[in-house]
Write a protein that binds this ligand. Structure first.
Ligand SMILES: *[C@@H]1O[C@H](CO)[C@@H](O)[C@H](O)[C@H]1NC(C)=O
Ligand SMILES: *[C@@H]1O[C@H](CO)[C@@H](O)[C@H](O)[C@H]1NC(C)=O
Ligand SMILES: *[C@@H]1O[C@H](CO)[C@@H](O)[C@H](O)[C@H]1NC(C)=O
Ligand SMILES: *[C@@H]1O[C@H](CO)[C@@H](O)[C@H](O)[C@H]1NC(C)=O
Ligand SMILES: *[C@@H]1O[C@H](CO)[C@@H](O)[C@H](O)[C@H]1NC(C)=O
Length: 463
């Protein structure tokens, strides 16, 4: 072991070098030596905080995973989960497409379809109040909006690139899902407007909220056509009080009796034991006595652990894990997956759900930024029906002709979904058998989709 004084001097020299000579290497303080229980790997991982507001001490927490091979030549991909208020590390990294998933007995298991096979992946907990991200001035939490989130995310990126200058010339992509259907276009638009020089090449949105009425009302047909609600309930749910009306009334605190009755009817018929985010997947029945609720879906080899969310929560709440991640809990007693829900650190302005972002996609396409919208086709929360019609409508509005007609796409000799491309720049795809969190239930197909998207290729047409 080195003497303490020597380590201290070495640290001072490193700090001085970074201050006066400019940053020439990645920030060593944020480098993860190893995560508790992780298998040995050859790539590097970093995590820590980037301050986005110096005065109010607001800082966003990130986890950065370098590509398994050749990181310098691979693109940089930012991943954002939605909510609003949910964590990209607890969900995106640990449940969907990070290098490891939490397994039994406190070990991390290698994910063979992790996105860092194709890219350097940056997971960001945003806005402040989500996960390990915080604002020391708690008045920030009173009302957080889309506008604030986009602005903080932009500042985060500017400062992150200063810390990681090696990545400033790589192709840059922004990806995410669900409410990130707001975050991603809004951030991309800000990048374009401020002429931030990030090499932004494209964005990909999974089961995104893009237009309140179209997205939410596609739920009725989805539930009905999958046999989850009856003909008569479908009729009421479309004719008497539709889902966007129900949600709008909930947001404004004036849910009418007739709408409430239909809402209850729908959810009684669907049953509590259905995962709304994947209507074909089993639910995690017990998070206490971890029985093996493992589902064989479609392929024998593909096992899905439906209790992985709970494992991610306990993993990220371990002190040794937090230390290894350079994370701290500021103003909260525990890490939670979504902080605008039950624990309510953060009050997100839910009226923002009604802001349409589909038109922003149009202006991004106009700025030559590649846009992909994809849908896990078993999701009833933001079903494929709404997303597909929104993209189709946008293409018409922009006058983009179909360049790849609606067809099946393939992965490992099976149909992995359907796709259509407009003007070689705007595309839509489904992922067959996938949930709202597509890479969770269809990791292999999702990785195939990412790979084609990053390369700017249409999805593979035949086995
Ligand atoms: C906290 O933020 C609020 C709103 O931005 C501001 O008015 C207030 O002065 C800040 N408090 C401190 C202690 O800086
Ligand atoms: C949903 O209900 C509202 C209010 O009744 C109505 O304006 C809207 O057109 C309906 N949308 C659909 C898709 O039925
Ligand atoms: C519910 O509240 C919103 C916003 O305050 C208002 O615009 C709307 O008219 C109200 N609806 C009903 C049915 O009272
Ligand atoms: C895209 O560009 C076209 C042609 O310049 C313009 O007419 C249209 O309004 C633009 N659309 C958006 C959504 O910015
Ligand atoms: C789109 O298709 C129409 C009809 O085939 C054609 O007239 C038009 O030139 C095409 N537009 C582009 C941009 O290729």
């Amino acid at each position: 072991m080195l003497p303490h004084s020597f380590t201290m001097i070495a640290t001072i020299i490193i700090v001085l070098t970074q201050t006066f000579v400019g940053v020439t290497s990645l920030p060593q303080a944020d480098k993860i030596s190893t995560l508790p229980g992780q298998p040995q790997v050859k790539f590097q991982q970093y995590s820590g905080y980037i301050t986005v507001d110096d005065q109010n001490q607001r800082a966003l927490f990130y986890y950065f995973v370098e590509a398994e091979k050749d990181p310098t030549s691979k693109p940089l991909v930012l991943w954002l989960n939605g909510g609003p208020g949910c964590s990209s590390i607890g969900v995106g990294a640990l449940v969907e497409h990070g290098p490891f998933r939490p397994g039994d007995n406190n070990v991390l298991v290698k994910n063979h379809y992790s996105w860092n096979k194709e890219a350097n992946v940056l997971y960001l907990e945003s806005p402040a109040g989500v996960g390990f991200s915080y604002s020391s001035n708690t008045s920030f939490y009173t009302l957080v909006t889309d506008e604030i989130t986009a602005r903080d995310n932009l500042v985060f990126l500017q400062r992150w690139f200063t810390e990681f200058p090696e990545y400033s010339n790589n192709d840059f992509f922004i990806t995410g899902e669900s409410y990130a259907g707001h975050y991603i276009p809004q951030l991309a638009q800000l990048i374009v407007q401020t002429k931030a020089n990030f090499n932004l090449k494209g964005i990909a949105l999974g089961n995104p909220l893009m237009e309140f009425d179209t997205d939410l009302n596609s739920k009725a047909e989805f539930l009905w056509s999958h046999g989850l609600i009856s003909d008569s309930t479908y009729d009421l749910f479309t004719r008497v009080c539709n889902y966007s009306t129900i949600r709008r009334q909930m947001i404004h605190g004036n849910l009418s009796d007739v709408c409430e009755a239909i809402y209850i009817l729908v959810f009684t018929e669907v049953s509590d034991y259905i995962d709304q985010y994947d209507v074909t997947l089993d639910v995690c029945l017990s998070s206490v006595n971890q029985q093996a609720f493992v589902l064989n879906q479609l392929q024998e080899t593909q096992k899905i652990d439906v209790c992985v969310d709970d494992k991610a929560i306990s993993y990220l709440n371990r002190k040794d894990v937090q230390d290894a991640l350079h994370a701290k809990l500021v103003g909260v007693s525990k890490w939670s997956t979504c902080s605008s829900l039950c624990y309510s650190v953060l009050h997100y302005d839910h009226r923002n759900l009604e802001i349409p972002t589909i038109s922003i996609l149009g202006s991004l396409v106009n700025s030559s930024i590649r846009v992909l919208v994809y849908s896990g086709d078993q999701d009833s929360v933001i079903p494929l029906l709404g997303s597909r019609s929104l993209v189709n409508g946008l293409a018409k509005e922009l006058g983009l002709n179909t360049t790849v007609a609606y067809r099946a796409w393939f992965h490992e000799k099976q149909v992995a979904g359907w796709t259509q491309v407009y003007g070689d720049i705007l595309s839509y795809a489904t992922i067959r058998g996938a949930s709202h969190e597509a890479p969770f239930s269809q990791p292999q197909r999702s990785l195939g989709l990412l790979k084609a998207f990053l390369k700017g290729n249409p999805l593979p047409s035949i086995k």
